[in-house]
Every structure is written in structure tokens, then in C-alpha cells.
Design a binder for this molecule. Structure first.
Ligand code: URA
Length: 209
């Protein structure tokens, strides 16, 4: 168990899970109320995709569609991501698992605040531990900021598109990508994002064989 809390038996039960499917089931059943987002959410959104895949994509927090369906990245941004990757021979639901830093929808789709991120952090860290991915793709600045906490004052322009390794995830190749919602807002960035995704898929195909 990674972040045992003497006084939080519900959290401890989730973190005591022996496998990723058990973790997911227990977290959903927990009806978590560790932060204020509990009041407005419909579903706890744990992920979407294949936990066996070894590719982990990390976003920010669920939006309205995700909250309704209980699955990550099923709205317009997720559909764009799926489509861009499918064109490169990568099927998101089969070849990756997508999660978010925060599991419940912030009202008005605002960015999650520090309290919310910290409340959810034990679950986020447990996902990283149980999944032990070979590739980590960080979708946007919020995912980068909360996944690699030692990265401060970064510029997305400098971070996106190249592989690097990080001491916290020694087994993984890490890449920062633009958030697909940013591409929806500024389609001129799409060719750059395609270039980055192509770089990732090329490396992933080598590992897959
Ligand atoms: N944006 C995110 O960061 N995550 C989702 O699940 C949906 C939209």
C-alpha cells in the first residue's frame, strides 16, 4: 500500500487492491468524498482503454461527457485524439489506457485546484504503480505539472514532442503532448501534434515488435 492513512479506511481499502481491475472497482464503489468535487459529479471517472497495454496517457480531469459516461476522454477532445492516433495505426482503446490526474469533473470544466489534486493524488499514484507503463504521454500542461512535480516554470513549447526519462518512472519513456482540446481551439497546431504522435507511435511499434 503506497499512501496508508490511519484515519481513512475507505481510501486504505482502495489502495489495498491487489490488481488494477480490483483497484478500479473498489474506487468506483467507494463513492469517494475526499474533495468538494464529490457534490457535483455524476460518476467517478477512473480511465478508458486497456490496462494491459503499457501505454499510459494522462489528462487533466473529466469533462461533461466523461462525467455522464464514467469514461475518460470520450468527448470532442478524446474523439480527436482517438482519430489522430487511429490514422497512425494506434487504437486508443486497445493500445493504451487513458486516465486523468483528477477523477471527478470540476464544475464549468475549470482546472482542478491544488486541494482537489492532492485529495486524488493517492489514487493517481496507485494507478501509476499498478500499471507500470513503458510509455507515459502527458496531455497538456496540467498533466505535466501534477505528474512531474519537480518541473517548475516550464514552457509547453519547449517540453512537447520529445522523449525523455524521469527518475520517478525509470521504466518509462515519457513524452509531453499538446492537450487535444488545445488543438480543437487552435487547429493550426494539429500538424505539430501529428508529428509528435508519429514520433511516439514509431517508438511504440519498435517495442511491440
Ligand atoms: N479533458 C481531460 O483532460 N480529460 C478528459 O477525460 C476529458 C477532457
Amino acid at each position: 500500500m503506497s499512501q496508508f492513512d490511519l484515519f481513512d479506511t475507505t481510501q486504505n481499502k482502495v489502495l489495498d487492491s491487489r490488481s488494477y481491475p480490483e483497484f478500479k472497482e473498489t474506487l468506483i464503489a467507494s463513492n469517494c468524498d475526499k474533495c468538494e468535487l464529490f457534490h457535483s459529479r455524476t460518476n467517478i471517472v477512473v480511465d478508458r482503454g486497456n490496462p494491459e497495454s503499457k501505454v499510459l496517457m494522462i489528462g487533466e480531469a473529466p469533462g461533461a461527457n466523461e462525467d455522464m459516461q464514467g469514461k475518460a476522454f470520450v468527448g470532442r477532445a478524446g474523439q480527436l485524439l482517438d482519430q489522430m492516433l487511429a490514422e497512425l495505426g494506434f487504437e486508443t482503446n486497445r493500445d493504451s489506457l487513458i486516465i486523468n490526474v483528477v477523477k471527478c469533473r470540476p464544475p464549468e470544466n475549470r482546472a482542478p485546484n491544488t486541494e482537489e489534486v492532492n485529495a486524488c493524488r493517492p489514487y493517481f499514484k496507485e494507478q501509476l504503480k499498478l500499471l507500470s507503463p513503458k510509455f507515459i504521454l502527458l496531455l497538456g500542461a496540467v498533466a505535466l505539472k501534477h505528474t512531474l512535480r519537480d518541473k517548475k516554470d516550464f514552457s509547453m513549447k519547449e517540453e512537447v514532442g520529445s522523449f525523455f526519462s524521469h527518475t520517478e518512472f525509470p521504466q518509462a519513456k515519457v513524452m509531453v503532448l499538446y492537450h487535444p482540446a488545445y488543438i480543437l481551439r487552435d487547429p493550426r497546431k494539429k500538424p505539430k501534434m501529428t508529428e509528435h504522435l508519429q514520433r511516439f507511435v514509431t517508438e511504440w511499434k519498435k517495442l511491440k515488435g
